[in-house]
Write a protein that binds this ligand. Structure first.
Ligand code: GP9
Ligand code: MN
Length: 418
């Protein structure tokens, strides 16, 4: 019956996107929003090489003209891409298990497409897959999308498919026509597919050689990452030709990791490290985030950030002030102190100073282990002063609040207008 809502509302109040706090409030007012989710794209490929060749030459260039966040973390769980989508639109956490898109696709939400719809934005998703995959058709309808360009909107053949389906280059190319037909301003999300495990690619589409390690998966990963980088370059070229580019802001972001722990040995070889420990594992959960705003110069922003922050950031950029919301992210361009941590869905967190995971507290800057619970490895009874503990409790509390909202469908009791 929603009796917990006031407490949660009080907690999230300080996260509200506020005009006066944002350095960039309204700079993109009335612009189209093109948000591109890059499948399984991790930050370690950015400005990096394989066999002496740049992996992502286009993105490496493009980030020079964008706000580029190099400490931006994915916060997804079992719902993978759909968890990422859920956070982007709602600034709520996905669930600890299962996919919220499936289990709570009919809840009431205060999602971006709904909010933007009130400002006459037309909202769409482009993704060349079956519409009911991840229960997307239900969730998109529920949260205010006007149109989902699913696989039925594309000419898909053997020639233009690989692995999971349509190749990214063909996907973007065929999307252009649909995009050009949309009423403006629009909020359009694109979800790529080629860089999906097991990273299959036709020989003729590979511009760089495979890596050479014991992991076939990692070896192939670089080639599909490069393919998607090229697809992006072509798409942006097409956006420029159509004139849409100048009237749009672009948000480009990785959805979640692509290389799991299973490939740590090969990964340590690539990164030239002795091992991948738990600290390294958390750092590998970084995915790229680029925000390109026409007329703005590029800037690299290294503050800790996460997918939970996209919704409040976007609302401020578009100059949309909302009375109130239940959201856990903060505006990435806020001048006020941002939240002290980014929580991963398993309770790990990254704060300015520390990284906590699996009962271990590390110094963020150095990776030095400074405390560990329930083990004598540091040789003291309390295993070092656990500097992570206060934040850990906050993280647990926050994840718990978000879960209560989703499990209890609590937003149906919340009055967003008064
Ligand atoms: C499927 C695509 C990939 O439509 O989004 O899904 P994932 O396995 O990454 O969640
Ligand atoms: Mn995905």
């Amino acid at each position: 019956n929603g009796e917990e809502v006031p407490e949660i509302e009080e907690y999230v109040q300080e996260n509200q996107p506020k005009k006066e706090n944002s350095k960039l409030f309204g700079v993109a007012e009335g612009k189209n929003v093109i948000l591109i989710s890059l499948e399984s794209f991790q930050s370690f490929v950015i400005n990096n090489k394989v066999n002496g060749k740049e992996v992502t030459p286009f993105l490496n260039d493009f980030l020079e003209d964008s706000y580029y966040f190099d400490n931006f973390y994915h916060q997804t769980e079992q719902g993978k891409t759909s968890d990422h989508e859920f956070m982007i639109d709602n600034s709520l956490y996905p669930l600890p298990r299962g996919a919220v898109y499936f289990t709570h696709g009919n809840n009431e939400y205060n999602a971006l497409p709904n909010l933007l719809g009130e400002k006459d934005y037309y909202s769409t998703v482009f993704h060349a897959n079956n519409k009911s995959f991840w229960n997307r058709d239900v969730m998109y309808d529920n949260t205010g999308y006007d149109k989902y360009f699913d696989e039925e909107s594309y000419d898909i053949s053997d020639e233009n498919s690989v692995g999971w389906g349509m190749k990214d280059k063909d996907f973007f190319e065929q999307s252009m026509e649909h995009l050009e037909s949309l009423p403006q301003p629009f909020y359009s999300r694109f979800i790529t597919l080629t860089n999906h495990y097991p990273f299959d690619l036709d020989e003729e589409d590979a511009s760089i050689d495979r890596f050479d390690s014991s992991s076939n998966t990692l070896n192939k990963y670089f080639q599909t990452v490069r393919y998607t980088d090229e697809a992006l370059e072509q798409f942006i070229q097409q956006l420029k030709q159509s004139g849409i580019y100048e009237d749009s802001i672009l948000i480009i972001m990785g959805d979640h990791y692509g290389i799991s722990n299973f490939h740590n040995k090969a990964m340590s070889q690539y990164l030239d490290k002795e091992t991948i420990n738990d600290y390294d594992h958390v750092q590998l959960q970084r995915v790229p985030l680029l925000i390109h705003i026409p007329g703005h110069e590029g800037e690299t922003i290294s503050e800790v950030a996460g997918q939970i922050d996209v919704k409040p950031t976007l609302l401020n950029l578009l100059g949309i002030e909302i009375e109130k919301d239940i959201a856990f992210g903060t505006d990435l361009f806020s001048e006020e102190a941002r939240k002290d941590f980014i929580a991963l869905r398993d309770g790990s967190f990254i704060s300015e100073k520390y990284i906590y995971t699996k009962d271990q507290c590390y110094e963020r800057a150095t990776g030095e282990l400074i405390a560990k619970e329930g083990s004598g490895i540091l040789g003291t009874s309390d295993q070092g002063e656990n500097k992570c503990k206060p934040i850990k409790e906050q993280v647990e509390n926050e994840l718990n609040y978000s879960d209560k909202i989703v499990y209890g469908d609590l937003l149906r009791f919340y009055d967003f207008d008064s």
